[in-house]
Design a protein around this ligand. Structure first.
Ligand code: MN
Length: 235
C-alpha cells in the first residue's frame, strides 16, 4: 500500500495506551518512552550485593514503560517469595540525542521524580547464576511505582541530597545523591553512546544500600531530598 493512502488509525488491533507519569501540581502527563535502569550505581549497594565497585562499573538494564505506576499501590507479584524495595531518583528526558557530551547532558532533562525499582530478588538471583537476562526479576507488571515528576525548571538539577526509604516507619535505606558512581550527566552521556536517546526516555538511577524484602500490608515511604516523597502500599 503506498504511503499516501496509509491511514495511521488502521491498526489491526487497538494500539496499547501510552505509558505516562503524572506531573506535580498539573493535569498534564509525561509520556514515557523507554525506562533505562542503572545497576550498582552506589558503592555500598554494590558491596551488599557481593560485588566490588572498584572493579565493576555500573551498567544498564530495562524495565517496560507500562511497568511504571503511580496509584500508590504495589500488588505483590506472582512466582516469587522475595520481593525487594530499591528506592531511586528518576530522571525524565525532554530531548533525545546520540553522543551527548556530559556538559550538555542536563539540557536534555525535563524533570525528576522518586521511584521504586521493585525486584523479584529470588528470580534475579537465579538469572545471575545461570547467566540469563534479568527481565523476570525486574520488568514485571507494576514493578516501578513512581511519584509525580517535578520539572527541573522548578527544582533545578539535584546532585546531592538524602535518599531514604522507610518500611512501616522503620528506616531501611539511606544514601545521598552525591554517592552515585555515575553522576546524572555521565549516565545520560554514556547511555547516548549505546542508544539513540529519545524524548520521553526515563532513567532510574540506581539504589543506595539497605535493600530488603517487602510483605503484603507494608507501607513504603521513599524520599529524595529536594524532589519529593513517594508512599506505596504493598497489597
Ligand atoms: Mn535498581
Amino acid at each position: 500500500m503506498p504511503n499516501d493512502i496509509f491511514k495511521p488509525a488502521d491498526y489491526v488491533i487497538a494500539p496499547p495506551a501510552t505509558a505516562t507519569l503524572p506531573v506535580e501540581g498539573s493535569d498534564q502527563l509525561f509520556p514515557v518512552n523507554r525506562v533505562f535502569c542503572i545497576g550498582r550505581n552506589y558503592a555500598a549497594h554494590a558491596v551488599e550485593m557481593g560485588h566490588d565497585p572498584d572493579r565493576e562499573p555500573p551498567f544498564f538494564f530495562f524495565k517496560s514503560p507500562s511497568n511504571l505506576t503511580s496509584d500508590g499501590t504495589f500488588p505483590y507479584p506472582s512466582r516469587t517469595e522475595d520481593v525487594h524495595h530499591e528506592i531511586e531518583l528518576v530522571v525524565a528526558l525532554s530531548k533525545g540525542g546520540t553522543d551527548i557530551p556530559e556538559d550538555q547532558a542536563l539540557d536534555h532533562v525535563w524533570g525528576y521524580g522518586v521511584g521504586l525499582d521493585m525486584t523479584r530478588r529470588d528470580l534475579q538471583g537465579q538469572a545471575k547464576k545461570m547467566g540469563r537476562p534479568w527481565e523476570v526479576g525486574k520488568s514485571f507488571e507494576k514493578s516501578g511505582p513512581c511519584g509525580p515528576l517535578v520539572p527541573a525548571a522548578k527544582i533545578g538539577h539535584p546532585d546531592s541530597g538524602a535518599v531514604t526509604l522507610d518500611v512501616n516507619g522503620e528506616r531501611r535505606q539511606t544514601g545521598d545523591l552525591n554517592q552515585m558512581i555515575w553522576k546524572i550527566p555521565e549516565m545520560i552521556s554514556e547511555l547516548s553512546r549505546f542508544f539513540d536517546l529519545q524524548p520521553g526516555d526515563v532513567i532510574m538511577t540506581g539504589t543506595p544500600s539497605g535493600v530488603g524484602p517487602v510483605n503484603r500490608g507494608d507501607r513504603l515511604v521513599g524520599h529524595v531530598e529536594g524532589v519529593g516523597t513517594l508512599t506505596v502500599d504493598v497489597v
